[in-house]
Structure formats: C-alpha cells, structure tokens
Write a protein that binds this ligand. Structure first.
Ligand SMILES: Cc1ncc(C[n+]2csc(CCOP(=O)(O)OP(=O)(O)O)c2C)c(N)n1
Length: 366
C-alpha cells in the first residue's frame, strides 16, 4: 500500500482558517489547551520510558508517542460525562480524560495511589468518575463492551456518547463486525475510532488485511464512516465532532479511521525499528510529528509565541516530575486488595437492574 492510495482515500480537511488570533474558529485558549494535552502526553510517556528502563515499572508498557493528535482531537469535542473505552495503549487517553498525571504514573508503577489502585498497570487505566472505562489488553475485547455502553446510554434515554478506540489490528476480528452490526441495527450512540498506526506488533496493515480502506467496512453495516488525518489534531477534532453530534442528536453510530504512525516500538521490549520497518521509514514518519506540526501552525497564525511555548513546556515537565515523585512515594497495594473489585458487590439474594434499581430477595442467585 501505498501512501498514494492512503492519500486518495483520506478525507481531505481544508487547511484551518486563520482569523486574527484564532485557528479553525478556535480561540487561543482552546488551541493552547490542545497543545498542552499533547505535550503532557508526550512528556509523560518519555518519563514512563525512563522509569521502565530503570526497572520501576513491571509488566508491559506500550507507548503512544506519535499518536497524541488522535486522542486529544477526539476528546476535545466530548462532554465530561461522555464515556471512553480504549485498548491497551492507554496512558495518554487516561490523561486526556482528566485522570491526574500522578494517578496514571502511580498505576504504571503498580502503586496503591494509581487510578486502578495499582492492580491494573500500564494496560488497565480506569476511572468511573472520569467515565474512562479502560484500558483493555485483549485485542478487540473492548469493542463489544463499548457497544454495551452505547446500549446502556440508549436504554436510559441519555444524550451521552461513547468513544470506543481500537488499533487497526482489531478490525478483522469477529467481535468488531458483530458489534458494528448491532450498533447500526439498534442505533447506538457509539463512535468507533480505529487508530491505524500501520502496525499490529510487527505486521504491517497491508500484509494483514484484504481490505485496506477501513472506513469501507462501515458500509457493510450502513454506518456513516470517515477517514481522518491522525497526525493533525484539528482534522481529528472536525471529523469526530461531526460523528459525536450525530450520535448525540440522532443516536447514530459512526466508524472513523484515523491514520497515524507509531514512532516507538510495539512495547518497551520491541526496538523502535526492527525487522519490520527501517530506521529511515521511522525518521520519515517523524517529519509529520503531530506536536511539531501543530506548534508550527500556531506560530504561523500568531497564536503562540516562543515564550508561551517555553512556559507551557516547563509547566508540563513540572507536572510530570511531580507525578513521578508521587508514584515513587506511593505504597504498594495491600495483599487484601487482591480480592477487591473482582466481582460486582450484589445485595444479599438481590439483583441490580441496568438503571441502578435494586431488588432484594430475588431468586437470581439461587
Ligand atoms: C485476542 C488477542 N490476540 C493477540 C494478542 C497479542 N497482541 C497484543 S498487541 C497485538 C497487536 C495489536 O495491534 P493493534 O490492535 O493495531 O494496536 P496497536 O498496538 O497498533 O496500538 C497483538 C496481536 C492479544 N493481546 N489479544
């Protein structure tokens, strides 16, 4: 495949409008916030890589460096009470949903101050309060769950939406197709966002899929679909924004493919470039670094000065440092924590309905 074919099928987003101290109709404060979130994600993960290399983080650690524009652009159109469910490359997603950096870092360290109390680690960030429902390690495992969240929203008559993220390797699984069929049939407010970073571990997408253009898969379920430039935060924001509006107002699901690139290895145990791609390919992709491109655009539009950028970066580095210190000082989970949060706690011989009602004395458990 072919970049030419990718460009052909990509939805073209017009260059953002410049009007005074605005870009794409957004004011400087909003634009700075988008940059802040991307920078926070980048610096946070650089620190995570360092901590991992020093042996402070156990288990797996999948970094998101290079993909920040997808999460930040997509989340920027959400309300705080909207849901997100994600795969295992989830640190930046958790941060963007408002989980404090110190809680995400402590989770990586496996400490009790972590957002999953140190029991989940890198792949299982979670916060009910922030409506961030994980962090799932089984490829595609979150897709039926995200569909269920959409069903719950509809059942309760709410106007929330659920963003369900996945990597491109998940879309040829059965669960993806069953979920999209149900979501379209039942008109569920779920936006399926495929982050096509080109590789599922060491397998390039074009070697793994008979169909290159992921958005076409939506056609099989009569579902609105689009392709977005995943290296451009404003392009993602625009495409996801339309889907969110459709979902909120008409309860219609959408499928979006965001074309991006993974700058790091699959996980910390995989070299940045190896047998499946060359150093030159990675370097070429880095020319489209979403953060650098966005900074250039903000400067060009005179929305960002060198001084403001320096301050922002210092602020972000300070927050990440504070997060690491918190994680270092946070204790390990107590042994009895092993048995908590494993099963839902039900009232004795009762049952809990979907809308939260409880019925005591039912025969459900007998
Ligand atoms: C059902 C299942 N099969 C295989 C694996 C092993 N595995 C872990 S990550 C991965 C690649 C997934 O790639 P993708 O979904 O594109 O996400 P990315 O790593 O690109 O973010 C595989 C095959 C798994 N975790 N779950």
């Amino acid at each position: 495949m072919t970049d030419a074919r990718a460009a052909e099928t990509s939805r073209r987003v017009e260059p953002a409008r410049r009007d005074g101290k605005r870009l794409a109709g957004l004011d400087a404060e909003t634009l700075h916030h988008l940059l802040y979130q991307m920078l926070l994600g980048r610096r946070f993960e650089e620190k995570s890589a360092e901590a991992y290399a020093l042996g402070k983080v156990g288990g797996f650690c999948h970094l998101y460096i290079g993909q920040e524009a997808v999460t930040v652009g997509a989340y920027s159109v959400l309300r705080p009470d909207d849901y997100v469910i994600a795969a295992y490359r989830d640190h930046v997603q958790a941060l963007a949903k408002g989980i404090a950096p110190r809680e995400v870092m402590a989770e990586l360290y496996g400490r009790s101050g972590g957002c999953s109390k140190g029991k989940g680690g890198s792949m299982h960030m979670y916060s009910a309060e922030r409506r961030f429902l994980g962090g799932w390690g089984i490829v595609g495992g979150q897709i039926p769950l995200g569909t269920g969240v959409g069903w719950a929203i509809k059942y309760r008559g709410e106007d929330r939406v659920c963003l369900c993220f996945m990597g491109e390797a998940a879309v040829n699984q059965g669960a993806f197709h069953e979920s999209l069929n149900m979501a379209a049939l039942w008109k569920l407010p779920v936006i399926y966002i495929v982050e096509n970073n080109r590789f599922g571990m060491g397998t390039a997408w074009e070697r793994a899929s008979a169909l290159y253009d992921i958005a076409q898969k939506g056609g099989a379920y009569d579902m609105p679909s689009a392709t977005a430039d995943g290296m451009d935060v404003l392009a993602v924001r625009e495409v996801v924004g339309e889907a969110v509006e459709r979902a909120r107002k008409e309860s219609v699901p959408s499928l979006i493919e965001a074309r991006c690139y993974r700058f790091m290895g699959h996980s910390m145990s995989d070299p940045v470039h190896g047998v499946y791609r060359t150093k030159e390919q990675v370097e070429e992709a880095k020319e489209k670094d979403p953060i650098r491109i966005f900074i250039d655009r903000l400067k060009e539009a005179e929305v960002l000065s060198d001084e403001a950028l320096k301050k922002l970066d210092e602020r972000v580095r300070g927050e990440v440092e504070e997060a690491a210190q918190f994680a270092e000082g946070s204790p390990e989970p107590a042994p009895e924590e092993l048995y908590r949060d494993v099963y839902a706690e039900l009232p004795e011989r009762g049952r809990i309905f979907f809308d939260g009602r409880e019925e005591a004395g039912g025969a459900w458990r007998s």
